[in-house]
Design a protein around this ligand. Structure first.
Ligand code: DX5
Ligand code: ZN
Length: 228
């Protein structure tokens, strides 16, 4: 299989929400490929974050695709609202959706990319029968809900396993990884087969988000900026 490009999806969860527009512009200038938006409902995960109106506001300033990660129950009820707000890709959790094929088909019907997310304790084989319908897979390397958590080391093996499951199904869908990604963990997950690196704390927790984005890209072993 040809080598896939490495993309960086900057998670605004750790950004300064009072200056969201400037934060998005800063990481874009530094070469972030996607803007990762974490939507939490206080039910599927303990935290509450943002909804479609904020996505719509970000869309006004964003020049990179919006990568919307739904950590909510009954995501089907909100997919259209996030599409209208400007999402370019939407991912839903296997653990939150009873009719995954229907949900994935519904997202794609709106002309955007569909991804499926698995939590740290969800086995890679959960993707086996949906693999060919997916535009990407998102592997959680922390338990979802908060930024700045410690990377779970088993996630490296998990990425390898997910790649095997996708390959066996004949899917070339890229693997995104989310949680505790920094200059130390990035090369490990890239070597295991991750293609899209979500980073929140490593970028926005740093004093210089632009420099941090560049450092992450260097650590991941690519200086090429990919335009989706
Ligand atoms: C966690 C979120 C992540 C979070 C990652 O539930 O899905 O996207 O922002 O943050 P870091 O990079 O700080 O672990
Ligand atoms: Zn996320």
């Amino acid at each position: 299989m040809p080598q896939q490009p490495i993309r960086i999806s900057a998670s605004i969860l750790s950004a300064d929400f009072s200056a969201l527009g400037q934060e998005v512009e800063a990481v874009t200038a530094a070469g972030a490929d996607w803007i990762h938006v974490d939507v939490m409902d206080g039910h599927f995960v303990p935290n509450i974050t943002i909804g479609p109106p904020v996505v719509k506001a970000i869309k006004k300033v964003a020049t990179r695709p919006l990568d919307v990660h739904l950590m909510i129950e009954e995501p089907d009820r909100y997919i259209e609202a996030f599409v209208e707000a400007g999402a370019n890709m939407i991912s839903v959790h296997v653990e939150a959706v009873p009719h995954l094929h229907r949900t994935v088909t519904f997202i794609k019907k709106h002309g955007i990319r569909a991804g499926v997310v698995i939590n740290p304790a969800t086995p890679a084989v959960a993707l086996e029968d949906i693999a060919t319908a997916l535009d990407f897979v998102l592997v959680m390397s922390v338990n979802p809900g908060f930024g700045g958590q410690e990377f779970i080391p088993h996630s490296v093996e998990k990425v390898r396993h997910v790649r095997r499951v996708l390959d066996a199904a004949g899917s070339s869908a890229p693997i995104e990884i989310d949680g505790g990604i920094d200059a130390e963990t990035a090369p490990q997950v890239v070597a295991a087969g991750a293609n899209i690196l979500v980073a929140g704390n490593a970028i926005f927790g740093s004093r210089d988000p632009e420099q941090a984005t560049r450092a992450l890209r260097d650590a991941a072993g690519t200086k090429t900026t990919i335009r989706a």
